[in-house]
Design a protein around this ligand. Structure first.
Ligand code: C2E
Ligand code: MG
Ligand code: MG
Ligand code: MG
Length: 279
């Protein structure tokens, strides 16, 4: 029986679409197994100051898939967010990061390091999120200012009062908050002024073309000025060349993260970097 095909009806079998759906279902099933079987690891990417000394790290999750090898977070975090699996995964990330910070605190050579953790909007919006963090701060006896939470502008679209309150509660317990991928969203100065932030993180898309692109230059300069105006720290991500670092330094940005200084790496490798030792 022939039906009139409406705009939204899927009448035709589309093998490519079916492929994507199967792949997606497979990954979701594997993610559930991955959580049970502890297939995740945190990598650590150095964050350095103007003298190339490591001042901290960003924790970046890696998934060791038993058949497909290492799967990028850009691929599985969106699925984890849609399915709610980001909640157990995000909690594991936070707890692992806090344990690591406690280890660093115990050793005078690493006690100065901060650790940034990415938190998804879904995780942050949970009513229990702040109390979970409070619990971890107590359990691992973390010093003020060591744990940083990276949020993106995209999560600041609604429930603003609740989000600001949670941010304030975290800040009052010594947790720093960094706005990740900054410049890719729509935050205005007026709006940023209301948020209890510690840091703006310049998105790497602006840093990568810094040498060639006049627009990126002015965006980067503007972000640095915004950070100054709001008394916030500023860090640039995706720094791959000395020229980029020098440009940033000349314009008042003195913290950097990027392949030029080090890729995300397993904990053993990170801890053997000479430049992490304080003196
Ligand atoms: P992000 O938080 O903006 O992290 C920075 C990404 O840029 C990382 O990719 C890092 O490896 C990459 N990167 C750093 N320096 C350079 C550079 O110089 N050049 C280039 N081309 N890339 C650089 P990664 O590790 O693949 O993570 C991708 C994204 O996945 C992260 O972006 C973050 O949004 C998300 N993510 C990673 N780990 C977690 C996690 O534990 N929880 C949540 N919710 N999201 C995570
Ligand atoms: Mg980040
Ligand atoms: Mg980023
Ligand atoms: Mg990103």
């Amino acid at each position: 029986q022939a039906k009139k095909s409406g705009k939204n009806s899927a009448c035709f079998y589309d093998p490519e679409m079916q492929n994507k759906i199967n792949l997606r279902i497979g990954l979701e099933r594997d993610l559930r197994i991955g959580i049970k079987e502890h297939q995740f690891e945190l990598f650590y990417q150095p964050q350095v100051d103007n003298k190339n000394c490591v001042i901290g790290a960003e924790a970046l999750i890696r998934w060791h898939h038993p058949k497909q090898g290492m799967i990028s977070p850009d691929l599985f975090i969106p699925i984890a967010e849609e399915t709610g699996l980001i909640l157990p995964i995000g909690h594991w990330v936070l707890e692992t990061a806090c344990k690591q910070l406690q280890q660093w605190q115990k050793n005078s050579q690493t006690a100065h390091l901060t650790l940034s953790v990415n938190v998804s909007y879904k995780q942050f919006r949970q009513v229990e999120f702040v109390s979970q963090v409070t619990h971890l701060l107590n359990e691992y006896q973390l010093e003020q200012g060591k744990l940083k939470i990276e949020l993106t502008e995209s999560m600041l679209v609604d429930k603003m009062e609740f989000i600001i309150l949670s941010m304030q509660q975290l800040q009052s317990q010594g947790v720093q908050i960094s706005l990740d991928d900054f410049g890719t969203g729509y935050s205005s100065l007026q709006y940023l002024k209301r948020l209890p932030l510690s840091q703006l993180k310049i998105d790497r898309s602006f840093v990568s073309d810094l040498e060639k692109d006049a627009n990126d230059k002015s965006i980067v300069e503007t972000i640095i000025l915004m950070a100054k105006a709001l008394s916030l720290n500023v860090i640039a991500e995706g720094v791959e060349t000395l020229q980029q670092k020098e440009y940033l330094a000349e314009h008042g940005c003195f913290c950097y993260q990027g392949y030029y200084f080090g890729k995300p790496m397993p904990i053993g490798e990170f801890e053997s970097l000479e430049s992490i030792k304080s003196d």
